[in-house]
Design a protein around this ligand. Sequence first.
Ligand code: M6R
Length: 608
Amino acid sequence: MCGIVGYVGEREVVDVLFDGMRRMEYRGYDSAGMALWMEDKLEVIREVGRVAELEKAAHERGLTGHLGIGHTRWATHGGVTVENAHPHSDETGRFVLVHNGIVENYLDLREELEHLGDRFVSETDTEVVVHYLARLYKGDMREALLELQKKLRGSYALVILLRDDPNGFFCVRRGSPLVLGLGDGENFCASDVPPLLPYTRSVVYLDEGDIASVTRQGASVWDETGSPKILDVHQVDWDVSMADKGGYPHFMLKEINEQGAVVRSTLKSRVTEGGVDLSDELLWTEEQVRSWRSLHIVACGTSYYASLVAERALSKWTDLDVRVDIASEYRYRTVRTDEKTLAVFVSQSGETADTIAAQRLARGLGAHCLAITNARGSTLDREVHDTLLLKAGPEIGVAATKTFMGQLTVLYLLALYLGRLRGGISAVEEVRLAEELNQLPYKVEATIAREESVQHLAERYAGCRDFLFLGRGYSFPIALEGALKLKEISYVHAEGYAAGEMKHGPIALLDDKVPVVTVIPRDSLYEKTLSNIQEAKARRSPIVAIGTDGDELLSTYADYVVTVPWTDEAFTPFLSVIPLQLFAYHVAKLRNCDIDKPRNLAKSVTVE
Ligand code: M6R
């Protein structure tokens, strides 16, 4: 939820930290702070609000140096105040640290320390951690951090400065991400890769329980037992322009526009004219694939909606018993998961706490676990048996758009591949579907090019307070996703519903002030959905229809029609979601909302 960045080297640390913090504001943005070595003193500065507020204050104080740590906060323990903002220090100011995660037993630890005479100035779990560290430290930070880990329960990525050591910083992580960036005479750490991209593409993903000491000269890493590790250095293939707005007013709009390219690069070398082949990435034996009886897909938020779409394709193209669950539900109820289960975990960040916990549960029960993620090196990626990556590049806007598209693409590749391996799909059908899959990037781009029509739609309805989004079959999850997008970035109340369920309750909400946005491609359920439109129209609701090119009939029922190119029924979600993303974007813009950083939200939810 929070973002961490650390630097040591020749550059001006204040510039590096602010650049990194701005690139990580999507992780949390209610307050910010930094600590740095200035001459021979550790300086700490913290402000409530966005990074820009802190930047102003730092310049006024004339802060400068070459070693420091920074933090953007998304409040969990304690309100949004300067006292609760990071970094936190022990009473003597000898230890200064920033933290991402939640220490669950902090109240017990705090009580223990208060008995020993410690006094706290914040309400945070983090302040307890730094006090505890100060008591454990006996001159060797590695030893102290090994001991500290024995005391802490919960999740943490900690980056620490020590007043006695002006040469570098220390790190430790468990349950929250932390990446080291290696440069030439300079080194970095961050919660995520984008802050590192302007300086280096050589990264080390710290494992659970790893401890690191980082100086200008390099980094030393120890595992959770204290044994030294050989650095496992990865070269990331993202570049810095991918994490910039590239001339767009918002990351979200840029990312919507990148969706054709995302589908293209995600398909690349995985689909040919003959069909789908994932055998280079999934080293599954025929026997293994045939042993699976059920397929569980587990995810949260938008990733869950992508999974619901895929459930339909997987059920059609394979003989597996497919079920989709919200991760926070899956982990707490009885699930029939065993060695005959292929369990798929969908998460753009690979750091969502509930999805990670659900994976651990399924794996413990014997399931074969596959991650679908955009984040190589993420916790999910490192813990599963297999990973299929989306090729989406960094997504900075808090509202997921291009990663949804990437997830759909990977899930469909998986569906077709399993269909082939288990004989659920004929060779002729596979070729036909592969051809259509290869056409999708062009159709996605053609749909995005219709933005102007969606902008006019937004102008017409931006003042409404409530919306109902409807769809059937493949379009039902798209209605859910359309409603979620509108809620999260424009703060307008929107309900997503299965069109056939409308008359079982939500119809009571309808009147001339509640527009009904219906996703109605020319598919096998078209006429049924058309009846639902008529039911809503009879209650005087303004009707918006997301239909298919050439469907003249729709305009006789709907007040506003946006069409998308024709595609096979199974692929319609790839196209019909786009007008809904653009609609949410333009409504949010007209309502002057902070589109890339909606209130109360964080890009990755690393706490339960
Ligand atoms: O990183 P993940 O895909 O696991 O994230 C899951 C959800 O938190 C995420 O999709 C969330 O719903 C977004 N705000 C959607 O725009």
